[in-house]
Write a protein that binds this ligand. Sequence first.
Ligand code: BG6
Length: 487
Amino acid sequence: IPVQPFDYVVFGATGDLTRRKLIPALYYRFKDGQFDEQSRIIGVSRSKLSDADFQKVARTAISEFVDKEYQDKAVIDRFVSIFSYIVNDVSNEAGWGDLKGALREEPEVVRAFYLAVAPNLFEPIAEYLAKKKFYRRDARVVIEKPLGHDLESSMEINDGVAKIFREDQVYRIDHYLGKETVQNLLALRFANMLFEPIWNSAHIDHVQITVAETVGAGTRGYYDESGALRDMIQNHMLQLLCLVAMEPPASDDANALRDEKLKVLRSLKPITNGEVGKMTVRGQYRGISSETVSVKSYQDELPEEKKGSRTETFVAVKAEIENWRWAGVPFYLRTGKRMAKRVSEICIQFKPIPHSIFDHAEGAPRSNKLIIRLQPDEGVKLMMMIKDPGPGGMRLREVPLNLSFAQTFAERTPEAYERLLLDVVRGNQTLFMRRDELEAAWKWVDPIREAWEASTDPTQIYTAGTWGPTAAIALIERDGRTWHEDE
Ligand code: BG6
């Protein structure tokens, strides 16, 4: 079903995010017939391009970032025909007039502003939008991280946007919430009777959340200012933790869901200065060079003036949630660049059975695990004990009950931005972060960062292509547990 017609104005139209993510995502949705014929995409940026140049940018983005089998010449021609472009240096009043002719006044045409620009431009853009009368009470504004580098700077950014836009007009993207498998967490928990009664400290021993990447970080300019704690833990990983840990919301209303996530964030036990060494590990990768592989160290990827940086490319944290459901159930989070393999997954480790009747069996019962694979090879796996078939007596074996998305569903798994970009048009904020969530997350993360900065302990070095520093293994093994690794 097509969404309402829209004018999507993309500031930062020639940037990386627009080319890699926004244009391909919009193309897929267009191809699936989800655009009303009257919809328009209006690019805005400083570069002096014509409409035709911008359409060419879109064509190139599609050829580079859309799967070959979905590239359809006739569809692409129709798609780029809805693109137009306006040259505007947003911090300078002179160029703003040109937007006037591009926007339609009909109330049924949804007006959305995507600010794919640096956050210091959010406030001036918002103010010009108001001053030049492009703001409408039903307009939407989309922003994305980095939304600050700590609580204070994030509040400044939010205050800047809030001068013009109400909270219900602001769509803060955390693209993890747009991932199919992340939304599937909601279905798994709240559309099944099976899990909810045992989803608590009486039955769950601990939870692990891993987001491991094989790519490096150093050539991305912003990374050294950010580091894995701000880049991944503050947003994506804490959002995943919230979806696992939150209470069932009363409905799928955006605020009902976000209220529950907020409660989780506010229940996170603060990690104090004295505890940071015990509860967190930060690491940085060292390169490898052999006959077959050669990977640079993080340090070697940095420009001269940044050499010696202690920025972490890996973090492991033991998080605790102080409420009735989760008291005593640690959530171990780890994320890193240049890890052994690209995998994002959540592992719910259940408690051991209370009493075994299988003393004489071969193989001891192992605790159940529910493994939710977010990417790649999306799926859900329940590890359970069965009797190994055969007449040789009771032999216990751990086997997976395995749901692979690729094998079960014929459809392509949509990219996160496809869902999110159209949810903006639909006016559905469910999968976007509310301001108070963002701030609660910073409140928990800031003391960790501050303790690291104050500490003289070095960032632990790990070799590229491994699972991080040995201290990360020690972090969980001290508690008598181990990181889950798929065989
Ligand atoms: C981004 C981070 O938000 O997420 C990147 O800034 C990271 O550093 C990326 O690589 C990971 O996203 P995905 O969708 O590839 O898991």
